[in-house]
Write a protein that binds this ligand. Structure first.
Ligand SMILES: [Zn+2]
Length: 129
C-alpha cells in the first residue's frame, strides 16, 4: 500500500521564463515499506547474479558486479523516504501539457526534459515537505 503525501506544491521552471505550477503525486514510505523495497532490490540483484552464472564469459564480470550492486541498490532504496510517482503540468517554455506517470526519487529539485520542445526543466518544490 502506498501512502500518498499531502498535495505537494511545486513548480516547473526554465531559466528566464516564469515558473509554471505543477501537480505532483508523491509516495511517502514507512520504515517497513522502505525495508521491503530494499529487500526487493537486493533479491532482484542477487537473483540476476545467480542467472548470470550461466552466461559464458559474461559471468566473470556480471556475477561480481551484481553481487556488489545488490547492497548498494538496497541501501539507496532504504534511504529513499519519498518517491515521485508522477506529475501534471504545463511546460513553462512551450506551454505543452506534461503528464508523467513514472516513479523517480523525490528530491527538492528534479531535472526533467519536456517531451514537446526538448528543453531541460527543473521540477522544484515550493513548500517544505
Ligand atoms: Zn516544452
Amino acid at each position: 500500500m502506498i501512502n500518498r503525501s499531502a498535495p505537494v506544491v511545486a513548480v516547473l521552471s526554465y531559466p528566464g521564463l516564469p515558473d509554471a505550477p505543477v501537480r505532483v503525486d508523491e509516495a511517502v514510505w514507512t520504515r517497513a515499506q522502505r525495508t521491503q523495497r530494499a529487500l526487493q532490490a537486493l533479491g532482484l540483484c542477487w537473483a540476476a547474479a545467480v542467472a548470470a552464472v550461466f552466461l559464458p564469459v559474461l559471468h566473470f564480470v556480471l556475477v561480481p558486479a551484481l553481487l556488489l550492486a545488490g547492497p548498494i541498490a538496497a541501501l539507496a532504496r532504504y534511504r529513499e523516504a519519498r518517491s515521485l510517482l508522477g506529475y501534471e503540468g504545463v511546460c513553462p517554455a512551450c506551454s505543452a501539457a506534461l503528464v508523467e506517470r513514472r516513479a523517480l526519487p523525490s528530491h527538492e529539485e528534479v531535472a526533467l526534459r519536456c517531451d514537446a520542445c526538448g528543453r531541460g526543466l527543473v521540477l522544484r518544490r515550493t513548500t517544505a515537505a
